[in-house]
Design a protein around this ligand. Structure first.
Ligand SMILES: [Zn+2]
Length: 297
């Protein structure tokens, strides 16, 4: 069964009007990314996945109109307002295919109330945080309060990790070694480190190696084929391939592209004597039961 642990809540319920198309050219080197997508776009692209985890990002309290590539998107979208309601509405329409995570901001004074509302009323089953996008210190007290509650309630947290082309997002707040600090303080908290912490995949390998409840997703990596091969060889040598989870980061990539990228990972070293990522390990990654590992069965 294919589980995609990393997708974003579509910002449009219905078809995206032609004049509201948002095209990002900075996200990946091989093709532009259309980030304004509808429910139908999402569901069609996610067809290869039996179950997908889906979430939004909680923007800084008071800032209700997120900006992507300098363009305001909130004013035209059903998504405006509480992004957790948006995620929950989408998940409720397709409960067999979707599991929703909540977006929280530790600087929101009602953050823990929102956590309870999302868990209880909305049925969201994990948390998405992106400290660089949200501009909070992952080790500040208000953030620790979220981890404490998440550990107690059995809510896994997916953290954006590593770089981003968003100019206002401080990269240092998303360094993988910060996850080591969090995992030492909250050993029973389940953590997913997104994107294998690109470009610090080596740091991510040593963090997931240490902590039984910390995993990494491989989303949004395959389109840098040399680095992708290198990081999966590294994961093989550090013996952490079993801690890697399949994720697409849709709409940045599709799950099918990601699976194809995984199966083609050794192409860059064809005809050389460089090490290859074991093919059975790639298939195991694609079929990994992330729901079981994350306690989401
Ligand atoms: Zn993402």
């Amino acid at each position: 069964m294919i589980v995609d642990v990393h997708t974003h809540t579509p910002q449009y319920r219905d078809a995206v009007p032609a004049d509201e198309l948002v095209v990002n050219t900075a996200w990946r080197p091989d093709r532009p990314v259309i980030s304004s997508v509808s429910w139908d776009d999402y569901l069609a692209h996610q067809a290869p996945a039996a179950v997908s985890l889906v979430f939004a990002v909680a923007w800084h309290p008071g800032l209700t109109v997120p900006r992507l590539s300098g363009r305001e998107i909130g004013d035209t979208s059903w998504y405006q307002g509480n992004v957790n309601d948006a995620t929950a509405t989408f998940v409720r329409a397709h409960p067999e295919r979707l599991i929703g995570f909540m977006a929280l901001h530790p600087h929101d004074p009602h953050c823990l109330d929102e956590l309870e509302r999302c868990r209880g009323d909305l049925g969201l089953r994990g948390i998405k945080l992106g400290a660089n996008y949200q501009n909070f210190d992952p080790l500040e007290a208000r953030a620790l309060a979220i981890y404490e509650r998440a550990q107690r309630e059995g809510l896994p947290i997916l953290f954006h990790q590593g770089t981003s082309p968003v100019r206002d997002a401080p990269i240092r707040l998303a360094h993988p070694l910060l996850m080591d600090e969090i995992a030492m303080r909250y050993p029973d908290l389940t953590i997913i480190m997104a994107h294998m912490g690109h470009p610090w995949q080596a740091d991510t390998c040593v963090v997931i190696r240490k902590h039984p409840n910390v995993y990494a997703d491989i989303s949004a990596n395959f389109y840098r084929p040399y680095a992708f091969w290198e990081q999966l060889v590294r994961a093989t040598e550090w013996n952490v391939l079993h801690k890697l989870l399949l994720g697409s980061d849709y709409p940045v990539t599709t799950i099918q592209e990601t699976i194809d990228g995984l199966r083609g990972v050794n192409r860059v070293v064809a005809g050389t004597s460089l090490p290859r990522v074991p093919e059975d390990a790639i298939e195991a990654l694609i079929e990994r039961d992330a729901l079981q590992l994350l306690g989401l069965r």
